[in-house]
Design a protein around this ligand. Sequence first.
Ligand SMILES: [Zn+2]
Length: 339
Amino acid sequence: MQKKAKLILTEAKEAFEKSPTTKLLYDLKVKYLGKQGLFSELMKGLGKLSKEDRPQVGKEVNIVKNELESAYQVRLQQLDDLEMNKKLQTEHLDLTLPGPDAPRGNQHPLTQTMQEIVGILSKIGFTVRTGPLIETDWYNFEALNIPKDHPARDMQDTFYIDDTHVLRTHTSPVQIHTMQDEKPPIRILSPGSVFRCDADVTHSPNFYQIEGLLIDKDVSMAHLKGTISFFVKQYFGTKIKTRFRPSFFPFTEPSAEVDCSCPQCNGKGCRICSHTGWIEIGGSGLVHPNVIKSAGLDSDEFTGYAFGFGVERMAMIKYGVDDIRLFNENDVRFLGQFN
Ligand SMILES: [Zn+2]
């Protein structure tokens, strides 16, 4: 029996040595050392031996079995090392390669538009002022010559917080704050969020305005028109014309709506300008004496002009965007185009 065990050991050792991979080595382990392997078969023969012989033979066969197990472990380690070395040589890792590019963001198109408008008008002396989003009824309406019965105060147009506070419906309250805090000459821009109960393809309940105010002595419509024409040429292009249409706003007198020749078709007529060649871009006028008075200034001494643009509208006209809601949907495929 011991002889047979040693034969198995010799045969197995040779097979282990010749095994080229860990997988084949494992198959050999099953063949010799598995539960139904050759060694287990041999051990079954112990039962047939006499009581006296059994312990000694069992001990010797076990020593052979242990030897076989350690031979397996040695070969396994050798093959593991070989396979690892081969892997390290073929799968070369270049740690000096640069990593994958991280996607780069850009500023929101409305932020870009506001910054562009501010940039243009700051060249002719305008500086930025901001104000609170929640205003009192007085700053948002009363001081701007909007009487109690004016339709703009309608609950359907204005978000009321309580009887005397509203989410500002325009950036014009900043005009009043500035005239109260600073002495003329005043030349400011107020960009920011405004709120109205309105939502469709061209109206959003929260949108952006940028407003300009100039207060000085002897200010006329000619100054206003010169400023707007300069701005339009800078923003849309030097070929773009400006025209004023008489209009009515409570806070200016006289008032004018501002149109520019359509930048998409150069005034020839297209879908964007409803085939008229002109697009309305905002409102303007000379500051109403009542507004100057309510801010605490002498309306005989000081005059001024004001103008306001919708930021979304300016971006939509310039880039040909036809749905205002795209600006608020946070779709990076849309927003990433404005770089
Ligand atoms: Zn057009």
